[in-house]
Write a protein that binds this ligand. Sequence first.
Ligand code: DGJ
Length: 732
Amino acid sequence: MAIIVDENKQLFTIHTKTSTYQMKVSEYGHLLHIYYGNKLEHMDLSYLVRGVNRGFSGTPYEAKEDRPYSLDTYPQEYSTYGVGDYRSTCLSVEHEDGSQALELIYESYQIYDGKYKLEGLPAVWAKETEAQTLEITLKDKATGVKVLLYYGVLEYLDVITRACKIYNGTSTPIYLNKALSCCVDFLQNKMDLLSFHGRHAMERVMQRKEIEHGKLSIGSIRGTSSHQQNPFVILCDNNAGETYGNCYGASFVYSGNFLAEAEVDQINHTRFVMGIHPEGFRYYLEPQEEFVTPEVVFVYSNSGLEQISLKYHDLYRNHLIRSKFVHERKPVLLNNWEATEFHFTEEKLVEIAKGGKEIGVELFVMDDGWFGKRDSDTSGLGDWFCNMEKLPSGVEGLAEKIHGLGMKFGIWIEPEMISEDSNLYRNHPEWCLKIPNRTPNVERYQLVLDMSRPDVREYLYDSISQILEIAKVDYVKWDMNRNLSDVWSQLLPANRQGEASHRYVLGVYELMERLITNYPNILWEGCSGGGGRFDAGILYYMPQIWCSDDTDAIERISIQYGTSFAYPISSIGSHVSVVPNQQTGRTTTLDTRATVAMSGTFGYEMDIRTLSEEEKERCRQHIEQFKMHYNVIQYGDYYRLTNPLTEEIAAWQFVDKEGKESFVSVVGLHVRANAPFNRILLRGLNPTSYYTIDNGEELYLGDCLMKAGMNLPILMGDYPSKNFYLKEVRKG
Ligand code: DGJ
């Protein structure tokens, strides 16, 4: 049993494979958080929670004779604003009389097999036999406001998911001014927070900071999860590394505004909270209405960051992504964006596709520019009908020609956007997010459609599905090229405008759900100016996401490194592009570009016809190599062998689940004269098995390769790369 309840003690314990999580109802009825960490024998751990009378940390009224008992110093399971917990809180409710307090008291619990579902929101899913759910209901002492805490437990993956439902059980309306998904109080300090920051074309750069007194707050108020901060963090021991230390991953399954905040409090305990960012958020609840928060997925590892990533990869491949393509071989693709941008004709696209066909590409994707009046980024968004000047035989005609080459065919769309210069805007200026009597902030000349409006979603569904009905489309890239601003929805009354951002995200999810359900055979790829919306929410709908608009192989190593901490390799869209690279001007070899792109979905983003015959032959070999190692790369375990942000060599490794095969990639980031020898310690092999390297004659014991290492050749040239294939040939 993963969930154990001791009703007498009002003690709730969750055990996963290597972790224990415990809560207890205090004698005053508050739900205290007792422990989250390395798995322990089952016992009441509440002796760990101690109180002492501390000045300026008050007690609830009933406890006034018990001065050590304070909501400000005791660990809380779901902290609330206004009743004496001065740390970061999860929930702030404004009642009809204007008061802003909530004191939650334990009411009841239930346990059931399987995992709870969150209506309209993406979430981890599991069969009845694979998960258990614990629901705990808390009720405000003075009003009828209730909070239902959800815990989804996937024991074998060390996963505990959390979400909650806030229910207005009073007879008057309330406002939620802040409604986060979870809180975890650790009775310790000396913890680091790893977060993943960035900017357009440089996403998910790993940053590690000690959590100290004062709030360490990361998040997004951009309406999307953003390039600037990813909704994923890891809390870990100060000394934790890839293979040692307690680590706690927290991944928000949501694609809009978010907050992840950690602080060390006055008595050196660490609080962590996560959820929808409260800035701009205000949710109105009529009596009997409820609000459901998005989910946070916690993963625990007692042996370092590597295990955090391995578990997330397995979890997201098997319990989040629903597309059939997560388990099918996805085609190697060629996208025309960097080759042509908006400037193409049907003839040109067919010629580019033929170039791809020559090297073994299986899917040709027509990017931005095929619809409405779209010769630049100044116009056309919203007009989802074919531009017949560019494509005289329609999208269907081009699709036929591409299929005639023996390739699959894909298109690009950006449903959430509208250009002022478009028929859609001329007909429906009220459909975009815009505040009356204000000029809106523009980005790339585009405005954002109000996705909370059912009529907008209906229009988008109809116009997009019309294309998908007439043309045989095998792949769709769903782009989103600006952040939200001037958030104001014409359909919402003034007191509900604080809901608009969240309703926008729900609207996007609803449209995605409808399209993917009705077109399950299409391979959908998420995108937001590269990786501006690379989050677990999108992965629920789409099995892969374009990782970054930066296609420079060397930059991509850091971006993909950061992305790998939470997201499976099979979800990371990565392509080989031209040199000098269009974003950095850097020249790298074709081999290095292929090595990096292969550690993802693998494709091309260039006009292959510009390559020499020799280079084309090399591309053919790369595609064959990728296909040969597809299963290991896409479904195997992924190990970061070095940190490319600080080291001169980038190295990473894929191993199949049985340790029979392994694919190791190495890129020299800084080649030196008279270079010292380098060796890397491999991971994930069977210690007692013997392996060959690149089918050579010599045999190497797995244990030796992991503990003593594998020799690397001396690397020469600009950003050289080398791949190694290890095969288990004899079991020990
Ligand atoms: C941003 C995407 O990330 C690119 O790959 C490309 O599709 C452009 N948008 C097209 O406008």
